[in-house]
Write a protein that binds this ligand. Structure first.
Ligand SMILES: Nc1ncnc2c1ncn2[C@@H]1O[C@H](COP(=O)(O)OP(=O)(O)OP(=O)(O)O)[C@@H](O)[C@H]1O
Length: 263
């Protein structure tokens, strides 16, 4: 059976003033519906480039991406992206930031009352309904990321693309948001690709971890199956030998692929 999301022999080269830079080479990855896949690798290896190709924000030079058998090469509401630094509109309230996406995606299929309820429902999924009337400038970084996630979920995308969504947050907030994301994924069964630099985060959340070699011409170096039963608890996993073994596997891979110095 064909994969739900299929990254087929993707390569990309950037051409600029200083010549051509080959960022990715022959990346092949097939993802099932409902799967949570993390991508990990050293800085500059090409993780965001790969995510942006799946999002349709960048065009692959070779190969392509298929979602349910159809090629995707432009952005679309079936693939929602959450970036490391929230991209909320500062002049709109929390509610309106989500509502705008809801109106755009569900304007023709849901009534006004349904769109209102759907906006509130998604804000409550990330526990931001009480702060719905605040502006982005009045809430914390973690709260902004939660709104960004609510906005992405409200679009009911086929695939949720997360580019280091918790990278800019303190450890405690990060842990809370990881737990929320795990709970939402458990409940809704979203298909997720998440870029992270955090080894524990990748093992805790993922079904599979895709480890990338360093660029130029980065590829998938190894894929690790995370066969820990769900639901998962960070506290219980802290002294679980299998969790620690998986964690060590990722660390070993990263250590064996030390980053090249930036030119
Ligand atoms: N538009 C572009 N033009 C030229 N080179 C680019 C462009 N975008 C990315 N690159 C290069 O491609 C490589 C991969 O970049 P990318 O941002 O995908 O890495 P990353 O793994 O996401 O890094 P980080 O973890 O630091 O965010 C880097 O060497 C980067 O300099």
């Amino acid at each position: 059976m064909a994969a739900y999301l299929s990254i087929e022999n993707v390569g990309i080269a950037f051409t600029g003033d200083k010549g051509t830079f080959r960022a990715l080479d022959d990346v092949v990855l097939r993802i099932d519906k409902g799967e949570f896949v993390s991508i990990i690798g050293h800085s500059g290896c090409g993780k965001s480039t790969l995510l942006n190709i799946v999002a349709g924000l960048l065009q692959a030079t070779e190969g392509g991406v298929l979602l349910e058998g159809r090629e995707v090469d432009t952005p679309g509401p079936d693939r929602a992206v959450v970036f490391q630094n929230h991209s909320l509109l500062p002049w709109l309230s929390v509610y309106d930031n989500v509502r705008m996406a809801v109106d755009k995606v569900h304007g023709k299929t849901k009534s006004k009352a349904e769109r209102h309820d759907w906006t509130l429902h998604n804000l409550s999924l990330v526990r931001m309904d009480a702060a719905k009337d605040k502006k982005p400038g009045e809430i914390s970084g973690g709260m902004k990321q939660r709104v960004g996630i609510a906005r992405a979920l409200a679009m009911e995308p086929k695939v949720l693309l997360l580019d280091e969504p918790f990278g800019a947050l303190d450890a405690l907030t990060r842990a809370h948001l990881q737990d929320s994301l795990m709970e939402i994924h458990g409940r809704l069964g979203n298909t997720v690709i998440m870029i992270t630099h955090d080894v524990d985060e990748s093992v805790l959340l993922s079904d599979r971890i895709v480890m990338m070699t360093n660029g130029p011409a980065a590829r998938i170096g190894q894929i690790l199956d995370i066969d820990l039963p769900r639901p998962r608890s960070r506290v219980e996993l802290a002294d679980n030998p299998h969790f620690n073994h998986l964690r060590a596997e990722v660390l070993r891979f990263l250590h064996g692929h030390s980053p090249a110095r930036a030119a």
